[in-house]
Design a protein around this ligand. Structure first.
Ligand SMILES: [Cu+2]
Length: 162
């Protein structure tokens, strides 16, 4: 195996990660808005080395940013704001279409594909100490994500104990 190639690969990976003292955020993205739309959902994967929780999110792109969860109520998918999202030690928690997401409301301007949205995540450790993680979420076209939504919704329906 070519060692130099492996090293370059690892460095490349590191560049796409945002790590702050034990909290790693990857693949942050926001769905591009349709004309007239003033809300958008942001998704990402977050992992903490130690047990912690995501307690708040803010963004200069939106007046309000909330942590939302989606749940099936009967056969209706509903979403609601939650106070915090548990981050078990060393476990990747996925915010994705059909599940947990960050809801951006009262957007300052439409979100266009190819741009980025800065997000500030506040994570609180078991010791109550808070740290913030700065993330740049890539804006992706709603067209290409629509299909994933449907698939995830389908999966949600089959899930037990949610
Ligand atoms: Cu929502």
């Amino acid at each position: 195996m070519n060692t130099r190639k492996v090293t370059a690969f690892i460095l490349g990976m590191g560049a796409s990660l945002t790590a702050y003292a034990g909290v790693t955020v990857t693949d942050a993205w926001v769905k591009a808005t349709a004309p007239g739309q003033t809300t958008a959902a942001a998704y990402l994967q977050i992992k903490s080395d130690t047990a912690a929780k995501l307690v708040s999110v803010s963004s200069p792109a939106a007046k309000l940013a909330q942590i939302h969860e989606m749940k099936m109520s009967g056969n209706v998918m509903q979403m609601r704001a939650i106070d915090s999202l548990d981050l078990p030690a060393d476990k990747t928690v996925e915010l994705k279409p059909g599940g947990y997401h960050i809801m951006l409301s009262q957007l300052a301007q439409p979100l266009k594909e190819g741009t980025t949205v800065p997000l500030t995540l506040t994570v609180e450790g078991a010791d109550k100490k808070q740290q913030t993680v700065e993330v740049k979420a890539a804006v992706r076209s709603a067209m290409t994500t629509e299909h994933d939504d449907m698939k995830d919704m389908g999966d949600m329906k089959g899930m037990k104990g949610m």
